[in-house]
Design a protein around this ligand. Structure first.
Ligand SMILES: Cc1cc2nc3c(=O)[nH]c(=O)nc-3n(C[C@H](O)[C@H](O)[C@H](O)COP(=O)(O)OP(=O)(O)OC[C@H]3O[C@@H](n4cnc5c(N)ncnc54)[C@H](O)[C@@H]3O)c2cc1C
Length: 353
């Protein structure tokens, strides 16, 4: 099938990768490779640390279970190794309120057979001597993971090239619809036609698709200098080790598409990380990046299947985690006509009165 994907973030490129691997002719249109939020993400695969429940939890667990295989196949095709592990994430409480919030979810997670270790302060400080002694406790979610999002994006671009996927630079300004089908998409440079269209336009989906998606600005720091073996997640900061650096995330700001990093953002992340691991004070500061989480009013994605098109947008805080399952939903439909129940659960119909 001749497939056109609009958007070159992790969602668009993962979908392109899976479809091309299955033998389809795929083109990706993007107005800017580097604009995508996916380049900025922390890369945590953290459904339990994020405290997800219900449909979102189920969706996340399915995606997490696909991750190792996804990374193996991708690094193979891209011929690039991708920093990825399932060393677990240590969810920390900086005060009593955060501790209660974490503990509230544990009985649900235990019922679902999710493995975790609850660590009272004595045990926590014995195992993790770098942590501040002011912390109130923690839970190690052993199945959670960590992928280098920049490396993942590099690998997706390399894989696209190796699979002969055409990446075209254009800004799509109009979708021509007729009787519920997409007839064409119009860019500044050309009008494009395909058998099937996938819209993966992230935070910019409101303009093009008239969907209730809006940007939530996030600043994230890159530092180096400490040896850490897992992610430390608290409400003050997430400290996320990669191969040669550490990320400290992330602010959450209602600031539209304002790309400027701020001193306030840098200060709050630096201070937050030092409160959790005091020796972070000696880390070398490398850079600060800004991205825009594609949010929706209920924080769930919008997955819609039309006759010859699909929307995969609104992945908010978990687009890196949800990339494999998002791509699989499209592959299953295109290859076998399977319509996943997630298209119903996360349909845009929920916003229509
Ligand atoms: C600071 C920060 C930390 C984060 N940490 C994590 C994390 O730890 N774990 C996790 O799972 N998620 C995390 N996220 C969320 C994650 O980054 C996003 O959910 C994900 O990147 C969204 O991917 P996407 O492909 O939908 O959008 P994007 O990556 O934004 O890509 C959208 C693409 O569409 C293109 N586009 C848009 N409109 C048009 C148009 N009209 N014509 C042509 N092209 C168009 C854009 O140029 C862009 O390339 C984080 C986000 C931020 C900001």
């Amino acid at each position: 099938m001749n497939i056109l994907i609009i958007g070159s973030g992790v969602i668009g490129l993962s979908t392109a990768f899976e479809l091309a691997l299955a033998g389809h002719r795929v083109r990706v249109i993007t107005r800017n490779y580097e604009e995508g939020t996916s380049w900025v993400a922390g890369g945590m695969l953290a459904p339990y640390s994020e405290g997800l429940e219900g449909d979102l939890l189920e969706f996340s667990r399915e995606s997490l279970s696909l991750y190792s295989d996804f990374i193996d196949r991708l690094s193979d095709v891209a011929r690039l190794s991708i920093y990825f592990n399932r060393n677990g994430i240590l969810r920390l409480a900086v005060d009593q309120e955060e501790l209660s919030l974490i503990e509230k979810k544990l009985s649900l997670y235990a019922r679902l057979g999710i493995s975790f270790q609850k660590l009272e302060v004595e045990e926590l400080f014995k195992r993790e001597p770098l942590l501040s002694k002011t912390l109130m406790g923690g839970v190690l979610f052993e199945e959670e993971g960590n992928v280098d999002a920049e490396k993942l994006m590099d690998a997706l671009l390399f894989a696209c090239e190796n699979l002969k996927i055409k990446i075209l630079i254009d800004d799509i300004t109009e979708v021509e619809l007729k009787d519920g089908r997409v007839e064409s998409v119009k860019g500044y440079r050309e009008t494009y036609r395909a058998d099937f269209y996938v819209f993966a336009t992230g935070s910019w989906s409101r303009q093009l698709l008239k969907l209730p998606v809006f940007p939530v600005k996030g600043q994230i720091l890159k530092v180096k200098g400490l040896e850490l073996d897992k992610v430390y997640y608290s409400k003050l900061a997430y400290i996320i080790p990669k191969e040669n650096h550490i990320l400290i995330g992330a602010t959450s700001e209602d600031a539209g598409f304002d790309r400027r990093p701020t001193l306030g953002g840098v200060k709050s992340l630096a201070e937050g990380s030092i409160k959790v691991i005091p020796s972070m004070e000696g880390a070398e500061f490398l850079s600060v990046k800004v991205g825009f989480r594609p949010a929706t009013p209920d924080e769930k994605p919008i997955l819609k299947l039309g006759e010859n098109f699909a929307y995969l947008v609104g992945h908010y805080r978990n687009g890196i985690l949800w990339a494999p399952i998002s791509a699989k939903l499209i592959l299953d439909f295109v290859e076998r006509g399977v319509v996943s129940p997630y298209f119903d659960k996360f349909s845009d119909g929920r916003f229509k009165t």
